[in-house]
Each structure stands twice: as structure tokens, then as C-alpha cells.
Design a protein around this ligand. Structure first.
Ligand SMILES: [Zn+2]
Length: 389
């Protein structure tokens, strides 16, 4: 950490130059009041460190130089335009924000997270900040991004929890910092569930600290490569997909077996990436097939149509019953509604549904069916992919 209290009780920040005498004597942590040591190394930035056996709630761990460099950089960038506090302790939640910035009375906690943490931990910290009206802005280190042989980029499960959206709610992004290159980037991840759950295709653009705090994206939005997407559908149809021990896949399999069919024969109208679909951890062709084969028939034969809320209620039941698995997006407004609504509008485009504006009802024109054969299914997938171009 860069800030400690000196013997006269003054706060000393190593980000500002001090005469040599000011850096003599003893220092204490401003949170736990334990003595801290001033480390004047050459390898790392000058910093204060707790003793190894410290019980401090906030600063007990050794910080890496990467973390300190990033934190300092963020502070300097933000401090140029806004009211900014470094290593600000928030007693209410017992946490110390790397950098706390206030813009138009709204407080933001910039957290530069270099080390891997659990999803549970990042979720807890996010909720703590939100509970006292502070918006957390998680900034990850570019070194965490892995490049796979395919050239695709891959991020960790915990990073998804930090997903934010632009003010118009039309794009979602994560933020990465390379402290040594001094570059800040917004990444817009889109999920491809091919081999690994976390495999992603990420579009990157360099951004300014202001854009990052306000959530305004510069750069172009990624468009669906529908021809490329067809490869995923091919895999789901022609390569055996694991289902044992997976409640979502088993649910669909049992449904299909009753009709003398199987999961690979899923309707061609299912398995399409719509905006917001990354909310589901359940593979996209599975949750969408369940909607087409379970939900739609149930309302078709009784009422012929349904309201968005009916469908949301149905999906929510599947989530609480743990048939569908979802991610936690504490900083996205109505993530379920967005994913489901966008899928319904895709079905309108496919002519399966029509939307009746005055009554806000979706009417079912035709019920999607399981594919009669894998080749038929795939041919239809291809037709739809042309339609989406
Ligand atoms: Zn302390």
C-alpha cells in the first residue's frame, strides 16, 4: 500500500514526493493501526507493508508490483479530472477500495484485480459495494487473458461476474489493464460454448478511463459471424455431447426420448446466440430447445399466445429448480429478461411467432419441431444462418 500514518498522525502518501526526513520514523496502517514497514526496494515500487503475521482486514497480503503499478496508474488517470481517493477504507463494509472516485455525487470503486479469485468472493465484494451505494468497477490484468491455439481468447469464470453494460444497455463489457504498457481496454466478450465453458471470442478496443467509468463504448460492435456459428451447430448435432450428470441436458434428453428422438435432433430454431445469452451457463441449444419443445406447446394448445412475463416465469422456475444454470451478473439490469426477449424476437424473425403490439402478446404461427434427421436439421440450420447474414 502507498498510504500510512506517521508518528504525528498525518497521512503520508508515497505517490507524492516527500523530503527524506518525512520518511523516517515509524508508520502505522490507517485501518488496523498496526505498525507497517516502509519498503524502499529497487525491484518494486516503494510501499508500506504489514508484518507477515498481520491480522489486518484489508492490507495484510503482500501486493505484487503489477498490482501497485496498476493502482497508481489508475489513481493518476482519474485524479486528473475527478475527486479521487487512494486506498480508501470503507468501514461500513470493512473493505478498502484501490481507488475511490466521485463523479456527480456517485461513488465508484476501481478495483484492479490481478490475482485469480473465486466467483463467490468477487460476487460478495460486488454486493458489498452495491449495498452502500458504491458502484464497483473491476479492472482485470491483461496477463490473465489466455490465447488458445485457435487464436480465440479465454477468460476465467470469475471475470464474467464483473460484466457491466453501457448506459443504453446495448453492449456489455469487461475492462482490462496492462500496467506496464499503460493501456486500458474494454473487451466485449461473446460466449462460444465449444470445448470449454469459458471459451470466448473477444473484441478489444482501447479506451479512456472516462469511458470505462461511464460505460461508454468506443469502437465497433461485434456482429454475429453466422457462417462461423454454423460450426457449433454442426458439433452439437454430429458429435456426441456430454449429458450425464448435467441436469439441463438430461432434462432435454428425457423429453426427446419420449418422442423417440434425441438431443442432437434439436429444432433448427434453437441454438442461436442472441444478445444477452451469456447469462445462461446452460448451453444455448439446450435452453432454447426446452422453450421450443416444452413451453411453446403448453401455451399453444391452451391459449395460442403468451406474454413475455409468462415465459420469464417459466424460465425462472427452471432456474430455481436447477434445470437451467445461469451466471451471476450483479451489474446487469434484468439479464434474464434481456436474453429471453431477444430470443423471442429472433423467433419472430424466423416467422415462428408474431408480436401483437396492442396486447403485448406473442402469437404462435408455427410450432418448431425436432429435426426428422440430423442432416435435415443441419440443412435447416444452414438456411437460418443465411437468413441471419
Ligand atoms: Zn492494516
Amino acid at each position: 500500500m502507498f498510504i500510512a500514518i506517521n508518528e504525528s498522525g498525518e497521512s503520508i502518501s508515497l505517490l507524492q514526493p516527500h523530503p527524506a526526513e518525512a520518511l523516517k520514523g515509524c508508520f502505522r496502517c490507517d485501518v488496523c493501526k498496526e505498525p507497517v514497514v516502509l519498503k524502499k526496494g529497487t525491484r518494486k515500487k516503494w510501499h508500506f507493508a504489514h508484518r507477515a503475521d498481520s491480522k489486518c482486514r484489508t492490507g495484510g497480503k503482500t501486493e505484487s508490483d503489477l498490482h501497485m503499478t496498476g493502482k497508481k496508474l489508475l489513481f493518476q488517470w482519474v485524479n486528473q479530472s475527478y475527486e479521487t481517493e487512494m486506498e480508501k477504507f470503507i468501514p461500513l463494509i470493512n473493505r478498502k477500495a484501490d481507488v475511490l472516485v466521485t463523479i456527480n455525487k456517485q461513488k465508484y470503486a476501481l478495483e484492479f484485480q490481478c490475482a485469480a479469485i473465486t466467483e463467490k468472493e468477487i460476487l460478495k465484494r460486488t454486493q458489498d459495494y452495491l449495498s452502500c451505494g458504491i458502484r464497483p468497477i473491476w479492472i482485470f490484468c491483461t496477463k490473465n487473458i489466455r490465447v488458445r491455439e485457435t487464436g480465440k481468447l479465454s477468460i476465467h469464470a470469475f471475470e464474467w461476474t464483473a460484466l457491466r453494460e453501457s448506459p443504453d444497455r446495448r453492449s456489455r463489457f469487461l475492462v482490462y489493464l496492462d500496467p506496464y504498457a499503460e493501456t486500458l481496454s474494454m473487451f466485449s466478450p461473446s460466449l462460444h460454448q465449444l470445448k470449454k465453458q469459458h471459451l470466448t471470442d473477444i473484441s478489444i478496443w482501447n479506451s479512456s478511463i472516462n469511458n470505462i467509468i461511464q460505460g461508454v463504448q468506443s469502437g465497433e460492435k461485434t456482429k454475429l459471424n453466422s457462417a462461423g456459428w454454423l460450426k457449433f451447430k454442426e458439433q452439437w448435432r454430429f458429435k456426441p455431447q456430454p449429458w450425464i450428470g448435467k441436469k439441463d441436458a438430461t432434462f432435454l434428453k428425457e423429453h426427446m426420448l419420449k418422442k423417440q428422438s434425441d438431443v442432437a435432433f434439436f429444432p433448427a430454431e434453437a441454438g442461436w446466440p442472441v444478445f444477452g445469452y451469456e447469462y445462461f451457463l446452460t448451453p444455448v441449444y439446450i435452453w432454447q430447445s426446452c422453450i421450443l419443445l416444452e413451453f411453446l406447446p403448453s401455451v399453444f394448445y391452451s391459449r395460442g399466445g403468451f406474454a413475455l412475463e409468462d415465459m420469464i416465469g417459466w424460465v425462472k422456475q427452471k432456474i430455481t429448480g436447477k434445470t437451467f444454470r445461469v451466471r451471476f451478473f450483479p451489474q446487469i439490469k434484468q439479464p434474464l429478461r434481456t436474453a429471453v426477449l431477444n430470443y423471442l424476437f429472433l423467433l419472430v424473425r424466423f416467422d415462428c411467432l408474431s408480436y401483437h403490439q396492442p396486447s403485448r402478446t406473442f402469437l404462435i404461427n408455427k410450432l418448431p419441431q425436432a429435426a426428422p434427421s440430423l442432416v435435415d436439421g443441419y440443412n435447416k440450420d444452414r438456411e437460418y444462418s443465411f437468413q441471419l447474414r
